[in-house]
Design a protein around this ligand. Structure first.
Ligand code: ZN
Length: 372
């Protein structure tokens, strides 16, 4: 890397694998539920027709929906994030409940992700979203990316290790991709809201550690962010989450998933594995970089990253190009080689912004101190 020049990388979401709409290659999951014989397309069609009926006769629907708590023990926006919502499009395109791009075709649940495999290894509990009875469990599947073993090896067990809870009144919740050996409940057991079911894992049809949660009413998929939403509307419906969760999970794009400083170029693998944590720069580092990973990038967004030295001068910045499509995730780094006189000590600062038509729509700053 030439001194002073910025360097960027966009490792993700480049080519479609098997999604017909080439947006979310890295997240083109088809995590079909393990306790239902229907294919994912059927779910969506049934979901839409039911949503339509509900809009017509909401009062006639029996059984109050359960109020749902956060299904994992974490702090939203800090160490867990929504990666994908339910797909509301009945055809081969995809749209989330807000008419945004934060979903993919046939996705029938909500994905709550952690930042890296290292976070998964440290252990994040998946917990019951409401009181219920355990109706199904599966454990014993390996924690391994479907990119490594291929979807065929799953034998249709796309959910991986999982739990299905019955909340009464036809309401169920299903939790997928949990860690091997972590399932903590047995079929038939009663569980209380917040009780651990297992831990976040990498089993089934997934490429990153997360829990996929599907809510159903009488076997039909429901979007917990927009229950009863009219099919063609943007927004609408009611949230099934508790008021606390609703407040903690505002619908957003352009979320800063992780950020930091490193001793050289940063790969997607460094971030996936969490090995980036071992690469903090020191005075001897051959290079010094700032890096960010964002999720929910929209068409037209350009991610700008600027690294500033202790004297306040800009060391490096990238020249971002506007994204030509939505991106499930994106990482960018920028930096420079060590100057002949070595790195100065003091506070290095990075500023990341998402620009649209040359104007920042979001901006965040982070820093670290290089000690003597
Ligand atoms: Zn999912």
């Amino acid at each position: 890397m030439p001194a002073g020049a910025g360097m960027t990388a966009e490792g993700e979401a480049t080519e479609a694998t098997y999604a017909p709409f080439p947006i979310f290659s890295r997240f083109a999951l088809h995590d079909r539920p393990f306790l239902d014989a229907d294919g994912p397309v059927m779910f969506i069609r049934r979901f839409l027709s039911t949503a339509f009926l509900l809009a017509l006769s909401a009062a006639a629907v029996a059984a109050e929906p359960p109020r749902l708590s956060l299904p994992l023990r974490c702090e939203p926006g800090v160490n867990c994030f929504i990666q994908s919502y339910v797909d509301h499009d009945p055809g081969p395109a995809s749209t989330d409940f807000n008419c945004g791009a934060r979903t993919y075709d046939t996705h029938n649940g909500t994905d709550f992700r952690v930042r890296s495999m290292r976070d998964k290894t440290r252990g994040v509990d998946v917990i019951a979203a409401a009181d219920g009875v355990v109706r199904g469990v599966r454990d014993g599947m390996q924690d391994i990316s479907v990119r490594v073993i291929g979807a065929a090896a799953l034998g249709g067990r796309d959910c991986g290790n999982g739990v299905m809870l019955d909340h009464g009144g036809g309401w169920t919740s299903q939790y997928c991709h949990m860690a091997q050996g972590s399932i903590a409940v047995r079929e038939g057991a009663r569980v209380r809201r917040g009780e651990p079911l297992g831990r976040v894992g990498l089993s089934g049809n997934t490429e990153f550690p997360h829990v996929h949660v599907t809510i159903r009413k009488d076997g039909t998929v429901v979007d917990p962010f927009a229950y009863g939403k009219a099919p063609a509307s943007c927004g609408g419906g009611t949230s099934l989450w508790t008021p606390e969760v609703t407040a903690a999970l505002p619908y957003r794009s352009r979320i800063l998933l992780a950020q930091g400083f490193a001793d050289g170029p940063v790969s997607a693998e460094d971030l996936d594995t969490g090995r980036i944590e071992d690469r903090r720069p020191n005075r001897d580092s051959a290079a010094l970089t700032a890096w960010v990973r964002l999720i929910g990038i929209e068409t037209g967004d350009a991610v700008r990253l600027v690294l500033t030295g202790p004297d306040g001068r800009v060391l490096a910045e990238n020249r971002p190009e506007a994204s030509d499509r939505p991106k499930a995730q994106l990482h960018v780094f920028v930096g420079r080689k060590r100057p002949p006189e070595g790195w100065p000590t003091g506070r290095f600062t990075a500023t990341v912004s998402v620009q649209r038509e040359g104007r920042a729509v979001t901006e965040e700053r982070f820093a670290f101190d290089l000690a003597q």
